[in-house]
Design a binder for this molecule. Structure first.
Ligand code: PDD
Length: 286
């Protein structure tokens, strides 16, 4: 018997089931899911699972892909087509397909809905339960390894969206000590009151931006003073200049943070100069 999946309105062979490459779940982890047990042909705690799904969707402002009754029908159809007596159903909803941009799509898009089902042998789980299992302890890193350019970008998406809804282009992220880490999709920089160029040091708390690395080379070539260290929002408010770096923004002056003017309130000379000379130094390949 062939496995069947439900994908955006169609029942398809599991091996042929696909979503678009620009699905925001695929690119940003911008989606939610539920796993519900099937025991002797019955869904277990269905109501609670679907209430939590509705909660997760509402928290992320993702529209429900189907009315609750219709989703229950789809789930049962997937169970039936796969003849699941014992196992799991998996429901995943993402914000949908849109050109890659952290902020939510401007024009509403249809959320993507996938439902799959898997049969399991209940005896296997019982054998494990009789033996008991081992656990190991590791630090809770969920998700504190932002130095890896992973697609686990949901917090970044929410930060950029928050910025957009509050009249800003970028959001600067503040750590538990009140220090700036980086932007939602860029590295953060200031030119301090004393005139040093400051950006956070490399560790697990920031992405090692390529634009950042190239700019550091430019700064060294110009014999300017760079400090790779933490800086606070207060220091940024008092800075002469602020700017961000990233492949899509290059070196972009910041003129306001949380509504407060930085320096003169106009793009600063350091950021403007770096922006103008960046392409003279950055490696070009064709
Ligand atoms: N983002 N920090 C974060 C969290 C980023 O997502 C990015 C880039 C940077 C800057 O890295 P680089 O200089 O290598 O582009 C820092 C890209 C542009 C994006 O996600 O669209």
């Amino acid at each position: 018997m062939s496995r069947i999946a439900y994908v955006n309105g169609s029942y398809v062979l599991h091996r042929d089931a696909m979503v678009h490459i620009e699905d925001r779940g695929y690119q940003f982890a911008d989606g939610v899911y539920e796993v519900c047990e099937v025991f002797r042909g019955a869904l277990i705690d269905e109501k609670r699972h679907f209430e939590r799904l509705a909660f997760s969707l509402a928290e992320l402002q993702i529209a429900a892909p189907l009315r609750a009754g219709a989703l229950a029908v789809v789930v049962r159809e997937v169970m039936a087509r796969n003849r699941i007596k014992n196992g799991f159903i998996y429901v995943q909803v993402t914000r949908g397909v849109a050109p890659r941009d952290h902020v939510f799509p401007q024009k509403p898009v249809r959320p993507s809905l996938v439902v799959t089902a898997r049969q399991v042998d209940p005896d296997k789980s019982e054998i494990s339960a009789r033996m008991g299992i081992n656990v190991i302890a590791i630090p809770d890193l969920r998700w504190k390894r932002v130095d890896i350019k992973s697609i686990a970008l949901l917090p970044n998406v929410l930060a950029r969206q928050h910025a957009r809804e509050h009249g800003a282009y970028e959001a600067w992220l503040i750590d538990s000590e009140g220090m700036v880490t980086e932007g939602a999709a860029s590295n953060a920089w200031i030119v301090s009151e004393a005139g040093s160029i400051v950006t956070r040091q490399i560790d697990h708390s920031i992405l090692r931006g390529i634009t950042r690395t190239t700019l550091i080379e430019i700064i060294a070539a110009y014999g300017l003073k760079l400090e790779e260290r933490k800086f606070s929002l207060e220091e940024a408010f008092a800075a002469r200049e602020a700017f961000i770096t990233g492949a899509t923004t290059l070196i972009m002056p910041v003129v306001r943070i949380d509504g407060q003017l930085i320096g003169t309130g106009a793009p600063g000379p350091v950021a403007t100069k770096f922006r103008a000379i960046f392409h003279d130094t950055a490696a070009r390949s064709s």
